[in-house]
Every structure is written in C-alpha cells, then in structure tokens.
Ligand binder design. Structure first.
Ligand code: HEC
Length: 159
C-alpha cells in the first residue's frame, strides 16, 4: 500500500510541475502577444502630445492686399506686382528689393548681375514689367548732387 501511495504522490508532483510550466508558458505567451501589439508598453516615454498645428494662412489670406500693400511681402499693389512676387521674392526678402531705389538702367544692371552670379533666371517678357514696376513704385530718391539753385537775388558788391 505504501508503494502505491508513493507512486501517487510522484504522479501528483509531476502533474503540478506540468501545470506550473504550462501556466508559465501561457503567461509568457500572453505577455509576448501584448508586447507585439503595444510596442511602447515598456518604454518610459510619456505620450508626446501631437504638435499643435500652426495656423497656415488660408489661400485668400496668402495674397491679401490691405491699403494698397501686399501683406506677405510688403510690396505696393500696382501693375507688375504678381511678376515681382513670382520672380523677386524667391531668394531674398522683398525688403531687399524695396530698399534699393534705382533708375531703369541700374535695375537692369542689378538683374544682369544676379543672372550672371546668383543664378537668376531669364525673365523674358517679365523683365520689362518688373523694371517698370520698380521704377514707378520705388523711384530713386537720392539726388546725386544738390539741385541747382533758382530764385537767387543777385546783388552787386559794393566797394
Ligand atoms: C535666384 C535667386 C535670386 C532671385 C530670383 C532674385 N535675386 Fe536679387 N539677389 C540674389 C542674391 C543672392 C543677392 C545678394 C544678396 C546679398 O547680398 O545678401 C541679390 C541681391 C539683390 C539686390 C541687392 C543688390 C545690391 O547691390 O546690394 C537687389 C536690389 C535685388 N537682388 C533685387 C532683385 C529683384 C528686383 C529680383 C527680381 C527680378 C531679384 N532680386 C531676384 C538672388 C536673387
């Protein structure tokens, strides 16, 4: 009888062992499946909130003109504005264009210089439109020298 009891106990031990191993595998399998579905489960990084969206001006605001000024570039609204925006604000700000007041010849020379050294493209028919726009709206203010005096009352020196 004792032999019998011992064998029974042995079987029970083995049985428990199997149950234990099996449960371990089951838990492991569940954990692996969970990890595969949630790769970030163990990482300590907190969820970073989605970057707030920067308000992109709507299409109509993009080329909005207020009080005769094209808001995005600051250029004056006049004939040729579109050509200037399309050809002259790509590489540098429009401020560089506005602050340089030149006459027609010097504008053409500046354009040639940019074409030769700065990869400015051939402006084709737009060149005339652009130069006209610039000369008309941003005329050269500086006078090379003092203007000739008029209205002078000459008087004879007395000796
Ligand atoms: C392909 C690029 C490009 C385009 C397009 C372009 N420029 Fe320029 N421009 C330059 C570079 C580069 C400079 C030098 C900038 C600097 O010195 O910081 C420059 C300089 C200038 C200057 C200053 C010149 C000086 O003597 O200081 C003026 C004015 C100017 N550009 C006007 C224009 C106008 C008008 C147009 C449109 C017809 C135009 N740019 C288009 C590249 C360009």
């Amino acid at each position: 009888m004792e032999e019998h009891e011992k064998i029974r106990q042995g079987i029970r031990k083995i049985y428990r062992l199997f149950i234990g191993i099996f449960s371990l595998f089951a838990v492991l399998a569940i954990a692996i499946i969970y990890m595969l579905n949630n790769p970030d489960a163990l990482s300590r990084k907190k969820n970073i909130p989605e970057a707030e969206y920067v308000a992109v001006p709507e299409e109509e605001d993009y080329d909005k003109i207020e009080n005769g000024i094209h808001l995005r570039t600051g250029l004056l609204e006049a004939e040729g504005l579109t050509e200037v925006i399309n050809n002259c604000t790509n590489c540098h700000s429009a401020k560089l264009v506005m602050q340089n007041r030149m006459n027609k010849e010097r504008w053409i020379a500046t354009i040639r210089w940019m074409q030769e050294t700065q990869n400015l493209w051939d402006l084709g028919n737009n060149e005339e439109i652009i130069v006209n726009y610039l000369v008309t709206n941003y005329p050269s203010k500086k006078k090379g020298r003092r203007e000739i005096l008029t209205d002078i009352e000459w008087y004879a020196l007395e000796q």
